[in-house]
Design a binder for this molecule. Structure first.
Ligand SMILES: Nc1nc2c(ncn2[C@@H]2O[C@H](COP(=O)(O)OP(=O)(O)OP(=O)(O)O)[C@@H](O)[C@H]2O)c(=O)[nH]1
Ligand SMILES: [Mg+2]
Length: 176
């Protein structure tokens, strides 16, 4: 087993990528958020990458978050290189961004055949799309889509474990 795991977190603007990595990382996240130069519905956006690190049962897991904006798509390729798995986040209250998420997923997986899961954030809010509904939308099996609250370390960790189980194909038992 490769003892260093690299995971990439991608998805549209505002999906919760930076938040997810901040909730999981044991070190201060290296983030590159800048004031957005165009109207994207929030003040700051990731322009290069996020980097966070956590250890699960002694195994270091390196988390790389991509920018959401398409004009930074050249960075997506760089970040996904050598990744064990891809976590594609979508915000459960932004169905208008689902086609963009689909585009990012197709872009990355067609160029880098990497196992992936879809994470549906904002499950702490009401009237959001649930993971089963998003699975239907994307035409994915239900077990490949997980719901989470990216602002909660507990929820983010549970989602990460589900994701690791899916991308490694084995059940998490505290150790692989
Ligand atoms: N309530 C709630 N808020 C969330 C959740 N995930 C993200 N947010 C909020 O959504 C906003 C955007 O989150 P970011 O983590 O900046 O999104 P991003 O995917 O990194 O966005 P870009 O870097 O611009 O592509 C922040 O205010 C977060 O606190 C969630 O699961 N629940
Ligand atoms: Mg970000």
């Amino acid at each position: 087993m490769n003892r260093t795991l690299k995971l990439v977190v991608s998805g549209p603007v505002g999906a919760g990528k930076t938040t997810f990595i901040q909730s999981l990382s044991e070190i201060p996240v290296v983030e590159t958020d800048e004031w957005a130069s165009e109207a994207i519905g929030k003040e700051k956006t990731t322009v290069a990458m996020d980097y966070g690190l956590l250890t699960l049962d002694g195994v270091p897991i390196h988390l790389f978050g991509t920018p959401g904006q398409e004009r930074f798509d050249f960075i997506w390729d760089v970040l996904v290189e050598g990744a064990l798995g891809l976590v594609l986040l979508v915000a459960g209250d932004s169905p208008r961004d689902f086609p963009k998420a689909r585009y990012i997923l197709d872009y990355l997986t067609s160029r880098h055949p990497v196992p992936f899961v879809v994470g549906v954030t904002r499950q702490d809010l009401e009237r959001v799309w649930r993971p089963e509904e998003v699975a239907d939308f994307f035409g994915l099996p239900a077990h490949q889509v997980v719901g989470l609250n990216a602002t909660s370390p507990t929820s983010a960790t549970l989602a990460l474990i589900r994701m690791l189980e899916l991308v490694t194909g084995s059940r998490w038992q505290g150790v692989w």
